[in-house]
Design a protein around this ligand. Structure first.
Ligand SMILES: [Zn+2]
Length: 221
């Protein structure tokens, strides 16, 4: 059994490693994000867990995401969710590339760390539409149709498919790697410390509180 995990370096994707089965390998992406610290986090954690990792450079796509995106463009990072924090179909793109890698390197499962919180709705619309169980089901179906019948089928598994919320996911991650989880990088900025102010830092704080785990992350604020 071999599992490939798409990991950004944030607490969610790093915790997803705890759900991976068999031989585990990590795939990460430089997509032109401001928070390059998250990739340093992946490398650091992969080394400490003795896991093989790959950083795929797709930063040439940055221009395609437009200038108004919070994560890759000129917009300031905001403390609460706004739609321009969503890089259009970023997760589906990660998953597509990871799926191809999984297919050509004999993996059984590919995992991506989206959880139920990413699927919450505002005005009947998912916060991150390409993180929902129904999206992954459709993606799986498309991959099954897009590959030869005789080829091994790679299974897409995510915490959202398993019904896990962010705090439940962090609990699993903490059980698995203990304080190493605090070496994950959630902040949308790339400063020396987690800013403690952006949406992602705020979500990290509240999820650790809900999980009943003392948050040892050092926040600037
Ligand atoms: Zn932050």
């Amino acid at each position: 059994m071999k599992t490939l995990v798409v990991a950004s370096g944030g607490a969610d994707s790093i915790s997803t490693l705890s759900l991976a089965k068999g031989e585990v390998e990590i795939i990460s992406f430089n997509y032109g994000q401001k928070a390059t610290r998250e990739l340093q986090s992946v490398i650091n954690i992969a080394k400490k867990l003795n896991m093989k990792y790959n950083i795929i450079d797709i930063s040439f796509l940055k221009e395609m995401f437009g200038t108004s995106n919070q994560l890759t463009g000129d917009s300031d990072i905001k403390p609460a969710y706004q739609q321009n924090v969503v890089v259009p179909l970023r997760n589906s793109m990660f998953l597509q590339i990871a799926y191809i890698y999984a297919l050509t390197h004999d993996f059984d499962i590919v995992m991506l760390g989206s959880h139920m919180g990413d699927c919450a709705e505002i005005d009947g619309e998912r916060l991150y539409p390409d993180c929902s169980p129904e999206f992954f089901k459709a993606f799986q179906h498309a991959m099954d149709l897009g590959t030869f019948r005789k080829e091994k089928k790679v299974q897409v598994v995510t915490p959202s498919i398993l019904g896990l919320s962010k705090f439940q996911l962090l609990q699993k991650g903490y059980e698995y790697m203990n304080t190493l989880l605090f070496e994950s990088w959630s902040c949308y900025k790339s400063e020396e410390l987690h800013c403690g102010n952006c949406e992602s830092c705020n979500n990290r704080k509240s999820a650790f509180a809900l999980a009943g785990i003392e948050d040892k992350t050092i926040y600037a604020q």
